[in-house]
Design a protein around this ligand. Sequence first.
Ligand SMILES: Nc1nc2c(c(=O)[nH]1)N[C@H]1C(S)=C(S)[C@@H](COP(=O)(O)O)O[C@H]1N2
Ligand SMILES: [Mo]
Length: 313
Amino acid sequence: MPVYHPPRIAASEITPREIYMSRRKFMGTAAAGLVVAGASSALAAPLAGSPSTFSTDETLTPKEAVTSYNNFYEFGTAKSDPAQNSGQFDPLPWSVKVDGLVGKPREFGMDELIKMPLEDRVYRLRCVEGWSMVIPWIGFPLAALLDQVEPLGSAKYVSFETIVRPEQMPGQTGFFQPLEWPYVEGLRLDEARHPLTILAVGLYGETLPNQNGAPIRLVVPWKYGFKSIKSIVKISLVEEQPQTTWKNSNAREYGFYSNVNPEVDHPRWSQATEQRIGEGGFFSVANRPTLKFNGYADEVASLYEGMDLKANF
Ligand SMILES: Nc1nc2c(c(=O)[nH]1)N[C@H]1C(S)=C(S)[C@@H](COP(=O)(O)O)O[C@H]1N2
Ligand SMILES: [Mo]
């Protein structure tokens, strides 16, 4: 199968601020009436980054699968829920507060974040449930943002927080709450600063669809998908290992590190193989060997030298 390359628009042809402003204007005038189930992608604006040497050349997972088979419990627990239930979510205006053990705490507006040095990063994403995708993200290294706030020597970890907005997130309302809100995640500072770790603002040549974490989400390709927290409103530099949602919900099954590792099984199922979504039909079998660190061992294995990865799962 040939590798599909998303259409590229020369970065010089787009002023990100203009796109965001016109998108906002559109949303303002079009009003909620136009936003029907599954139509959130109609609000997407074109976006482009420069090519990156970190990209895999594996066959891309079709866009339809990337945007309709999601985990985003704020919109419901079924794979189809995020695409179906996120049409009312209005991601703009948006800002991300960066605070904690930093010299220059501040809030970044989305208009600024969209102007960071954007790159195309085609990454494998491997969910702890046993499926994987190859996704063409557009984003920038998290390290570039951290540099701007000047982390103090005492900062050892980075914590992340998703928005809480029950009026636009149906999974945050009702009697059954599958997780505690806000969804939180964390990385060690060296993991957060690793060049593979990005904040994504788009995929497939467009701004992020709501179901994929609009308007800005984390992507850490060597860890299980749940570490890649969506719709981030806060990033804090801290001294102690941060709370993480899935560990809080079940510490026996989900650890802080959550590095993709075929040698360390989940207590209830093997992690040795995976099912590539969109390959051989939507419901193909798990016939691909899972690679250590999701195939990024050359880049990241040194971060864990001397660590027992079975104990630190
Ligand atoms: N806020 C939030 N972020 C989240 C989740 C979630 O439920 N809420 N699910 C995680 C899981 S389990 C996975 S596999 C990835 C899926 O990202 P995708 O839908 O873009 O493929 O998002 C992660 N980020
Ligand atoms: Mo996941």
